[in-house]
Design a protein. Structure first.
Length: 240
């Protein structure tokens, strides 16, 4: 039996699957990750990305923060890929209970997924820090300098910056889904970004599926390990 056939068998036999995904799910949609060869960490900027995307940098050098944020974090041309669409299909078929993502691009929802828990927030949501009015990513993209609300207040992206904590409600929901799942599919993540990566430790089942191009520290715990593109792998799976 091939690994794809084994994956199909595990998916076909379960109606309580949870997917936990990282940057590798979106790189196939043209969104660069942080750690790969052409990722943000290997591009030349005055400061490292974790400094420019920190709460301190946002608070103290807000205009510079938004220059970087507009250029590198909002990718309007990005479209969902085979992985996003297959996960939405599995949810519609009643097999997948939730998508838990470290990504902030909104592509899972664009593909049709309904139960998406965004651990690090979303570029699609931006709020006035004064009156809480909502603004989309297009408004931020086409603003100049520091975007301001009609009330005059500063607008902040609803993303978790470095030095900021995760949303406790989202975290608790994610842990609840993972701990009750029969099958946990972990895809497109190096499992090095904490506290998010630590969430898979709450999985109580024995069917842990890891799909990632590179090796991770959790590989030895996997029931099924597939070192390949998440889109290519899930693209071969039937949701029926």
């Amino acid at each position: 039996m091939t690994k794809i056939e084994e994956l199909q068998q595990l998916i076909s036999a379960s109606d309580n699957i949870v997917f936990f995904g990282g940057a590798g799910v979106s790189t196939e949609s043209g969104i660069p990750d942080f750690r790969s060869v052409d990722g943000l960490y290997n591009q030349q900027y005055k400061y490292p990305p974790e400094v420019m995307l920190s709460h301190t940098f946002y608070a103290e050098r807000t205009a510079e923060f938004f220059d970087f944020y507009r250029k590198k974090m909002i990718i309007p041309a990005a479209k969902p890929n085979k992985a996003h669409y297959k996960l939405a299909e599995l949810e519609k078929a009643g097999k997948l209970k939730a998508v838990i993502t470290q990504n902030i691009d909104g592509l899972h929802q664009m593909a049709g997924s309904k139960m998406v828990l965004e651990l690090h927030g979303s570029v699609k949501r931006n709020y006035c820090e004064r009156c809480k009015k909502f603004y989309d990513d297009s408004f931020i993209l086409h603003s100049v300098g520091v975007p301001t609300c009609s009330c005059g207040g500063p607008i902040k992206p609803d993303v978790v910056l470095y030095e900021e904590g995760l949303d406790q409600d989202i975290t608790q929901q994610a842990v609840a889904y993972i701990s009750k799942a029969d099958v946990l599919i972990v895809g497109g993540t190096s499992l090095v970004v904490y506290p998010a990566a630590g969430m898979i430790d709450y999985f109580r089942g024995n069917k842990l599926i890891l799909i990632n191009r590179a090796a991770t520290s959790t590989d030895r715990k996997a029931h099924l390990l597939i070192q390949d593109s998440i889109g290519e792998v899930l693209g071969q799976i039937s949701a029926g």
